[in-house]
Design a protein around this ligand. Structure first.
Ligand SMILES: Cc1ncc(COP(=O)(O)O)c(C=O)c1O
Length: 459
């Protein structure tokens, strides 16, 4: 009780602009989170999700441009100050004498591998640290042996770069790629059955998202992985949006390979990702850059990419500490509360359609998609930006190898630093669009791959 009062008092001291400056000057961002934690000790994640005193402390841990409202954190999230500061620190150190310090920092990365594995539920020897989900997934996609005629089953709503990777193998090696369509939101049973029905004797790989980058559709990863394994099919799972977003353990998924972006929901500096490969499967995947035979069953073979900025990778340790200081459950509960706040306010309007599963059990946290009947979503995004300085990404389907889907939606992805006032401004802006309409533009009347590819790059 006493510590709680103290924390609240210290929060009030910090709350004004001067407080924010003092906060910025104070190096120990993690100490402030720890102090805020004391004030909510013993309360459930759902209770803490509603505690604005607590989240104000978290908001102050970031250096942001609050003249804009960023509802596109699904693209890449800002990293907290404490994380960014550690990038500069490692950069500075390595730059003093690269041959000496770079090797030292590289050696210390083993600690981060161990801590990441412990937090996310796998063996350290199953986790490679990479530069992002594209790299992780392409290691798996390009690294698995396939012959002409072998089949990969994926979906039309998988990530464009990953679909392009399969498309290239199709053009280069004559593999067959089956892209399944599904309605949104979909039931996990339905998704399971679509994969099950599509299997043929030539099926060698299942590739799907844990949670899509479009409407945050969740897939039944464990069930699909078990089905695949029972038939000798390899599972490659796109977890770009999953790790650090909502709690789960990698080992429980039972998939063969799982690629992640750590600069999204783990709040790591841009240029961090990881690749989980089930221990027995490591020798089955070739690395992107050649490795000696002795490394066939060593997870590190996927990390050898020559000289690269080790400072970025080393700062992952700080991002993990920040994540752990708040806690996976609290983060997920807050993200869900922010999403439900705007979605519940808007869904009462008959022209508003939510394309994500928002019910219980929870299948949506910081990402959900919405549209307004009768308004082109590209016009809507432009209106939000022009009039309210809100950034949210319009989703419009394209043609292969890009994503193909027949709905339009605005993807809304706040983050733990987002304020209630920012969420409420989004609701106001959407109600304005509903009531008054939005200006139509030439961009909205054109369609096709080049148009959608531009947007695909900012998802
Ligand atoms: C579902 C999905 N897969 C893969 C990626 C690629 O991730 P990265 O940009 O970290 O390479 C993204 C990025 O937005 C994504 O949303």
């Amino acid at each position: 009780m006493r510590s709680s009062l103290l924390s609240r008092r210290s929060f009030l001291r910090m709350a004004g602009a001067a407080g924010a400056a003092a906060y910025a000057a104070k190096a120990g961002g993690l100490e402030r989170v720890a102090e805020a934690n004391q004030s909510v000790a013993g309360r459930t994640a759902e209770e803490v999700a509603k505690d604005e005193f607590y989240w104000r402390e978290i908001q102050l841990a970031f250096k942001l441009d609050r003249s804009l409202i960023n509802l596109n954190n699904g693209f890449t999230s800002p990293a907290p100050r404490v994380v960014l500061e550690s990038v500069w620190r490692y950069m500075d150190m390595i730059n003093m004498l690269p041959i000496h310090y770079q090797g030292m920092v590289a050696g210390n990365i083993q600690t981060i591998r161990r801590r990441m594995a412990a937090e996310f539920g796998c063996e350290p020897e199953e986790l490679a640290l990479t530069r992002g989900a594209s790299e992780s997934l392409q290691i798996a996609q390009n690294g698995i042996d396939l012959k002409a005629g072998d089949e990969v089953i994926t979906t039309e709503q998988d990530y464009p770069r990953m679909l392009t990777t399969w498309d290239q193998r199709m053009r280069r090696e004559g593999i067959k790629v089956t892209r399944l369509q599904f309605p949104v939101p979909a039931r996990q049973d339905d998704l399971f059955q679509r994969f099950e029905k599509a299997i043929t004797p030539r099926t060698k790989v299942f590739h799907f998202c844990h949670i899509t980058n479009l409407t945050a559709q969740m897939f039944p990863v464990q069930r699909l992985s078990r089905l695949a394994r029972s038939k000798g099919i390899v599972t490659i799972v796109d977890g770009a949006h999953a790790l650090g977003h909502f709690p789960f353990k990698l080992g429980d998924l039972e998939c063969d390979a799982y690629g992640v972006s750590l600069h999204k929901w783990l709040l790591a500096p841009i240029g961090n990702g990881c690749l989980y490969v089930r221990r027995e499967m490591i020798p089955k995947f070739w690395p992107l850059q050649a490795a000696p035979e002795q490394q066939d069953d060593d997870i590190r073979k996927f990390e050898a990419i020559g000289t690269h900025p080790w400072a970025i990778r080393a700062a992952l340790g700080e991002a993990l500490a920040f994540h752990q200081a708040i806690g996976a459950e609290r983060k997920a509960a807050r993200l869900r509360a922010l999403t439900l706040r705007w979605a519940n306010a808007l869904k009462v309007h008959p022209r508003v359609k939510i394309l994500s599963n928002l019910g219980e059990p929870a299948e949506a946290w910081g990402v959900a998609a919405v549209n307004i009947e009768g308004i082109d979503v590209r016009d809507l995004a432009k209106f939000l930006m022009d009039k309210y300085r809100i950034i949210a990404v319009p989703l419009v389907g394209g043609a292969p190898p890009n994503q193909v889907f027949d709905y339009q939606a605005l993807r809304v992805s706040p983050n733990i630093y987002t304020t209630l006032e920012e969420i409420d401004t989004f609701v106001t802006a959407m109600e304005d669009a509903l009531k008054e309409g939005v200006p139509t533009t030439a961009a909205a009347s054109s369609s096709g791959p080049s148009d959608t590819l531009d947007w695909a790059d900012i998802r």
